[in-house]
Ligand binder design. Structure first.
Ligand code: NI
Length: 166
């Protein structure tokens, strides 16, 4: 197993739409094990493959429940509902947290490591992490989930940090 460096905001790979997995083979199984190790090492509650530079439609997450680490391969959102305001961060934008309003409930269809179709259904942390990781796989970041003015402020914050102004 291996821990990968996590790509940070500004890295173009985070803006790429990932490609569906055609075959779940040993390469994919090793990648998933490495992604879980990298997520726990960070530590974080979710990690998408493009966050370690691999443009496959795979994400892992651990929503702090009894099920532990889970994987979603080729996930699609079937349903989102409700609205919840929650402090949200991202391993690709380390050290920053924003109060982001988004649907609280999500239902997702994906494949597991055996290639079996699974559904993940949840709200709260689970609902949010499902949406956040699938956004990564679509080349989006949490800044895109913000209203325009909030995004402008967040971008300024990140720019100031990059310039060493904070
Ligand atoms: Ni993230």
């Amino acid at each position: 197993m291996a821990i990968f460096p996590i790509r940070k905001f500004g890295d173009p790979v985070l803006r790429l739409e990932t490609k569906p997995v055609i075959e779940i083979d040993d390469v994919v199984r090793t990648l998933v094990a490495d992604m879980i190790e990298t997520m726990y090492d960070a530590p974080g509650v979710g990690l998408a493959a493009n966050q370690i530079g691999i443009t496959k439609r795979i994400a892992v997450f651990d929503a702090h429940d009894e099920l532990g680490a889970r994987v979603m391969i080729n996930p699609e959102i079937l349903e989102i509902a409700g609205e919840i305001e929650f402090e949200e961060g991202c391993l690709s934008v380390p050290g920053h947290y924003w109060e982001i309003t988004r649907p609280g409930f999500a239902r997702v269809r994906a494949l597991d490591l055996e290639g079996k179709e699974v559904e993940y259904v949840g709200e709260g942390l689970l609902g949010r992490v499902l949406q956040h990781e699938i956004e990564h796989l679509d080349g989006r970041l949490l800044l895109d989930a913000m209203p325009k003015r909030m995004r402008k402020r967040a971008l300024k914050e990140l720019r100031d940090e990059e310039l060493g102004l904070t």
